[in-house]
Design a binder for this molecule. Structure first.
Ligand SMILES: [Zn+2]
Length: 262
């Protein structure tokens, strides 16, 4: 063993986890994928996942983040807005809590971790591919057309991308021996459906009285005044994502319990 190898081998995984998370988050910030507070949140999530879960868990997280960032950079709209801390935590909080529990010795935490990432991955790909190649989305139930990118809408291209994402995450989770492939993929798909259902049914939607644009943000890009047309004001897109990843995590937990489904 070299002196460097000895030094790395003797080091606690936590400083290494922090260093790797700092490096990855700084790179994502430099590439325009994260805002300043988004990078801070990413360092926190990455450090907990790598430190408490280990490098295999960090690899699954890195797979999700890389796949999500790559989808955001796809043509014809490669200029994706930077993800802020709320968006990072909406997709990463359940996974980070699961990693923390794993570090404390809670056995089924791997299934929760993988399922939460699977839901985030599926929802991200469904949104990114659906907005670009899906045409006009429709509600999960009914045939009412919606504005592209608005929560609660689904497209064929987006749904197909979401299924592929859940299968990718399941395959990676299985290959890394974190959680079963089938359960992880299935829980991710359910999470994606929960996201569409909650996004369409209870998430706040607003219409701008100046330009008429309808969306899920209180602030219109034109700067005009908006009015809530439906949904709850305190359920925004981040709350919807958090709920969807939590639902997927719960399903992953159920599947991993001895009394759960086979
Ligand atoms: Zn407007």
């Amino acid at each position: 063993m070299t002196a460097l190898g000895d030094a790395l081998g003797a080091a606690s995984p936590w400083p290494a986890a922090l260093a790797a998370s700092l490096l990855a988050s700084a790179l994502a910030w430099r590439l325009g994928a994260l805002s300043g507070d988004g990078a801070v949140a990413a360092v926190a999530v990455g450090t907990v996942v790598a430190g408490a879960g280990g490098w295999r868990w960090a690899a699954l997280l890195l797979g999700f983040v890389t796949a999500a960032s790559a989808a955001s950079a796809l043509p014809p709209r490669p200029q994706a807005p930077r993800r802020n801390a709320r968006q990072v935590l909406a997709n990463g909080l359940v996974a980070a809590v699961a990693a923390g529990l794993h570090g404390l010795g809670v056995a089924p935490a791997g299934a929760v971790f993988a399922a939460a990432l699977s839901a985030g991955w599926a929802d991200t790909w469904a949104t990114e591919f659906g907005v670009r190649y899906g045409g006009r989305p429709r509600r999960l139930w009914g045939r009412e057309p919606l504005e592209p990118g608005v929560s609660g809408g689904i497209t064929t291209a987006g749904t197909a991308a979401g299924v592929l994402a859940a299968v990718c995450c399941g395959g990676l989770a299985g290959a890394l021996a974190i959680a079963p492939t089938g359960w992880t993929a299935g829980a991710g798909l359910v999470g994606m459906l929960v996201d569409s259902a909650v996004g369409g049914a209870v998430q706040g939607h607003y219409r701008c009285s100046t330009c008429g644009r309808e969306g899920e943000s209180v602030r219109c890009p034109c700067g005009g005044r908006t009015q809530r047309v439906r949904g709850l004001w305190w359920v925004d897109n981040d709350a919807t994502n958090l709920l969807a990843t939590a639902a997927a995590g719960a399903l992953g937990l159920w599947g991993s319990l001895p009394g759960g489904l086979p």
